[in-house]
Design a protein around this ligand. Structure first.
Ligand code: ADP
Ligand code: MG
Length: 212
């Protein structure tokens, strides 16, 4: 069973967006997928409640306290939508539930600074030091040909963790979310630029590079 956690202490950077799209991607692939929502905002479970019956099923699991006990046996991929503002012991506990950590980062000075502090905390954790987790960084809501995107790009490039991809700011994410779908379920003529940007993300997730 694979455990992919989308995590960053900063709110609003795209954790739920990435978590729902990763879950949707694997569900489309025919994998048995569980989406565990550890955030009190429950955005991932809200998304699941909007999911049409015709879409490949994803099992919803609520709350951090029950841990992953609610996940059915035979699940291939567990995607965990983590809460914001996780620090200290809470963060250490969270990391115990993951083998792959995806960190979304917005093109904003505040977010990059917050991410630096957050990554430091991850690198200081026992689980990271014991090489039990792999961390990948994903730029999110980027607009190319902007100064701040260049800054984000350079920032992600120089980090110790893998710079997996950058995803553009697109209404497709909002469109898909409100229908309980992923961008992979949208029509190709609308979503192909996003599919292209996700290519390195799923390639990384499927490769050994994202596994401890
Ligand atoms: N790539 C994107 N393009 C457009 N809107 C986005 C994108 N990623 C996230 N959003 C929007 O930004 C807001 C915050 O994203 P969300 O995934 O809820 O962040 P978090 O879970 O980290 O708080 C949401 O309204 C979401 O629809
Ligand atoms: Mg969220």
């Amino acid at each position: 069973m694979r455990h992919i956690m989308v995590l960053n202490a900063k709110g609003g950077c795209g954790k739920s967006t990435l978590a729902t799209n990763i879950a949707g991607f694997y569900a489309d692939e025919g994998k048995v997928v569980a989406l565990a929502d550890y955030d009190s905002q429950c955005s991932s479970l809200d998304w699941l409640s909007l999911r049409p019956g015709s879409a490949p099923k994803i099992e919803g699991v609520k709350g951090f306290d029950s841990g992953l006990k609610g996940v059915s046996r035979g699940t291939d991929v567990v995607v965990i939508d983590a809460p914001a503002r996780s620090h200290g012991k809470e963060l250490t506990d969270l990391l115990n539930h993951a083998d792959t950590v995806v960190v979304p980062v917005l093109p904003s000075t505040i977010d990059m600074r917050a991410t630096t502090r957050f990554l430091k905390e991850i690198y200081a954790s026992g689980r990271y030091k014991r090489k039990q987790i792999k961390v990948g960084l994903v730029g999110n809501r980027v607009r190319e040909k902007t100064l701040i995107f260049d800054e984000l790009d350079a920032y992600l490039e120089k980090q110790r963790s893998t710079y997996v991809a950058s995803l553009r700011e697109a209404q497709n994410y909002v469109r898909a979310y409100t229908r309980g779908l992923s961008i992979f379920d949208l029509p190709e003529y609308l979503a192909w630029p996003d599919w292209e940007q996700w290519h390195p993300v799923v390639e990384w997730l499927d490769s050994k590079r994202s596994r401890p």
